[in-house]
Structures are given as structure tokens and as C-alpha cells.
Write a protein that binds this ligand. Structure first.
Ligand SMILES: O=C(CO)[C@@H](O)[C@H](O)COP(=O)(O)O
Ligand SMILES: [Fe+2]
Length: 229
């Protein structure tokens, strides 16, 4: 079983103080930094690119940076993110003409590779590529914005992908992204997720700032531990 990972999505952080915000969530118990890249083409929003990833590394962030690419095309930005210090690079199959090639490209640049399934993307897209992946990321909202509500059908999808990963016998992480909160994270863990992205639930937590982050991340970890041990 993969150890639990809590990955705050910096999409909901205060971008005017990004380095400080990332330091605070990591000090508050976060394991990874979830880095949402949107291009106003594959998704209707525009965010941050490799320069910001590199700036976080130069700032001193050593935690894994989990890059979620919502860009089309994918391949030409992969080397830039690898060079900028990305640890894991995940992409949407709809945004790549050659999914297997993109997975190999990510790995050839020394990063772990993840495939992201939108709420309506069938899990059969994992056929023939699952065993090459380090991570499967299931979207529980439509990509493009933070602060949306969790789509309940993601729970059944998690169960089905969990089964496939277990059957493969490989150490592949199962990550969930969108609408994850302290009060629904237990059922999400029970459905099979081991890696939990949360943006608004952490960065907009009441009394946010260092102490608010520690409180909500602590509650999330306790809820997951009650299910996963
Ligand atoms: O990739 C995305 C949205 O496209 C996410 O990573 C969101 O940023 C998660 O935000 P919350 O739903 O947790 O507020
Ligand atoms: Fe994301």
C-alpha cells in the first residue's frame, strides 16, 4: 500500500506570497505541492508555467512538485517542467496525440508520469498504458477551476481503478483531485485513493495562515488514517 499523500493545490493560494504559502502548507504537514498548469485552450483558465516551478525550487522547496498539466499540446512543455524541478508530471489523454509516447517522454526526462482522467473519461483509456504509469489521477470536478463540488460518481470510478491497479501488482499511486474536503476525504480514501489534492479546503480554511492549514491538514490526515491505517 502506498503511504498517504496530501497535496495542497496552490491554485487556491495567495499568488502574491506564493513562496511563503508553500512553506506554510509544508510546515503544516502537507506532503507534496500540487501545481495546476492551465493554458486557456485545453481548459478555460490561465495559470502558471515552468518559471514559477523553478522559482519555488530556488526559494528552497524540496518537497515533490506534482505538476498537473491542463495544456494542449503536452509534449513541448515537458522538458521545460523537468528542467524547472517537477517531480511528477501528469497530463490528460485528450490533450496528447500519442499517450504512450508522452509517458515515455516524461520518464526520459527523469520525472514520474501520471495520466489524468476527467469525470466523463472512460477508465478503458488506461488499457495498454497502466503498467507504464507511476500515478493515475482521477478528476472529481471538470478541470479548470478550484472551489467546485465533488462529483459523486468519482467514488465508483476510484473503486474500479483501485481494482485494476491492485491487479497489476505495480506500485502505482491513485490520486483524486477536485472538491476534496475534510468531511468527504474518508469516503474517498475508502474508495481507494491514496493521494489527495485539496485546494480551497486548505487555502480557504477558516483562520487560514499557518495555524489554519495545520488544523485542516491534521483533520484530513486523521480521517484518512482511520480508513487506511
Ligand atoms: O486541477 C484542478 C482544477 O482543474 C484542481 O487541482 C483544483 O485546484 C482543486 O481545487 P479544489 O477543488 O480542491 O478547490
Ligand atoms: Fe489539479
Amino acid at each position: 500500500m502506498q503511504p498517504t499523500v496530501i497535496a495542497p493545490s496552490i491554485l487556491s493560494a495567495n499568488f502574491a506570497k506564493l513562496g511563503e504559502e508553500v512553506d506554510h502548507v509544508l510546515a503544516a504537514g502537507a506532503d507534496w505541492v500540487h501545481f495546476d498548469v492551465m493554458d486557456n485552450h485545453y481548459v478555460p483558465n490561465l495559470t502558471i508555467g515552468p518559471m514559477v516551478c523553478e522559482a519555488l525550487r530556488k526559494h528552497g522547496v524540496t518537497a515533490p512538485i506534482d505538476v498537473h498539466l491542463m495544456v494542449e499540446p503536452v509534449d513541448r512543455i515537458v522538458p521545460d517542467f523537468a528542467k524547472a524541478g517537477a517531480s511528477i508530471i501528469s497530463f490528460h489523454p485528450e490533450a496528447s496525440a500519442h499517450v504512450h509516447r508522452t509517458v515515455q517522454l516524461i520518464k526520459s526526462h527523469g520525472c514520474q508520469a501520471g495520466l489524468v482522467l476527467n469525470p466523463a473519461t472512460p477508465i478503458e483509456v488506461l488499457d495498454w498504458v497502466l503498467e507504464d504509469l507511476d500515478l493515475v489521477l482521477l478528476m472529481s470536478v471538470n478541470p479548470g477551476f478550484g472551489g467546485q463540488s465533488f462529483i459523486p460518481s468519482a467514488l465508483e470510478k476510484l473503486r474500479r481503478v483501485r481494482e485494476r491497479i491492485d491487479r497489476s501488482g505495480k506500485a502505482i499511486r491513485l490520486e483524486i483531485d477536485g472538491g476534496v474536503k475534510a468531511d468527504n476525504i474518508a469516503e474517498i480514501a475508502a474508495a481507494g485513493a491514496d493521494t489527495f489534492v485539496a485546494g480551497s479546503a486548505i487555502f480557504n480554511a477558516p483562520g487560514s495562515g499557518k495555524h489554519g492549514y495545520a488544523e485542516v491538514i491534521g483533520r484530513m490526515k486523521a480521517a484518512v488514517a482511520a480508513v487506511r491505517g
